[in-house]
Design a protein around this ligand. Structure first.
Ligand SMILES: [Zn+2]
Ligand SMILES: [Zn+2]
Length: 288
């Protein structure tokens, strides 16, 4: 192995920070936000061709288009070890894991998926990327988010036979004009050189936000909410599926999708998300 002059650095693919300096945006960029995703993207591209590149989430100038300024990068909480071997929830310290490396939740009631990982803690910094991506037509954020997901879930991506998104209900997809989990699934699959099946699963009905609900209530709301597309069983039989979503909260939604895939004969299911909500009981540093 050749000696390298520079020390190995953390992979900051596409979200790397850069020198920050204030930069103004032309007034027509704001108008673009109110237009369709396609036109907004075209306006952004036109502006980017004329102005110095700016941070993905603020007005600061950066050297390379598609990166974050140093301040926004510092605001991101990258999930790193120690974390639960199963669901990937970050630990405040390694002592929170049991002998198998599991969090108390996974030890008591293991989820149907083999492993879940996420790139970022879902906090104020992550929201600056994810909320515009979900609700603001910023489909250009799929690529930098997927790059971080591929880093956090490298092992999961390497063992996946196919990649599929957690499906949105068609009514929500229609309202947003795009499906953010499908965009991430496609980008992650491309980075890993894996086939993506964006319509593998479908949502049979809309489900209310699961947020603060208890486990039993979540299970009742999700019962029968997902199904395989016609012909989907042939795609998943004996295969290892990597399910992709934008934000992992309780894992109940991903778990419901994993159950459908396993019932159809999938060999195993892993889950990869852009961000996950940390468990406040673990973040506080308590031992299990
Ligand atoms: Zn910034
Ligand atoms: Zn866990």
């Amino acid at each position: 192995m050749p000696a390298s002059a520079s020390p190995p650095s953390r992979d900051r693919t596409a979200i790397a920070p850069d020198a920050a300096a204030p930069a103004g945006r032309p007034p027509w960029a704001a108008a673009g936000a109110r237009l369709g995703a396609g036109l907004a993207a075209a306006l952004r591209a036109a502006r980017d061709a004329l102005l110095p590149p700016h941070c993905l989430t603020c007005e600061a100038e950066v050297a390379v288009q598609g990166t974050l300024c140093a301040a926004c990068f510092r605001g991101l909480g990258f999930i790193t070890a120690p974390l639960c071997a199963r669901c990937g929830v970050p630990f405040a310290h390694a002592g929170q894991a049991d002998a198998q490396g599991l969090c108390p939740g996974c030890a008591a009631d293991p989820p149907p998926f083999a492993a879940a990982r996420a790139a970022l803690r879902y906090d104020a910094g992550a929201k600056r990327l994810l909320l515009p991506f979900k609700h603001g037509d910023r489909t250009d954020l799929a690529a930098p988010l997927a790059a971080q997901m591929a880093r956090a879930g490298a092992a999961l991506l390497a063992r996946a036979d196919l990649v599929a998104p957690v499906p949105a209900h068609w009514r929500r997809r229609l309202a947003r004009r795009y499906d953010q989990a499908a965009l991430l699934a496609r980008a992650v699959a491309r980075l890993g050189g894996r086939p993506c099946v964006p319509d593998l699963l479908r949502r049979t009905r809309a489900t209310p936000p699961l947020g603060e609900r208890g486990a039993a209530e979540r299970a009742a709301l999700l019962a029968g909410a997902f199904a395989l597309r016609r012909g989907g069983a042939a795609r998943v039989a004996g295969r290892r599926v990597l399910l992709v979503d934008d934000v992992l909260t309780s894992g109940a939604t991903a778990g419901a999708c994993a159950r459908v895939l396993l019932a159809a004969g999938a060999a195993a299911v892993d889950v990869l998300a852009a961000a996950r909500v940390p468990d406040p009981r673990l973040a506080a540093g308590a031992a299990p």
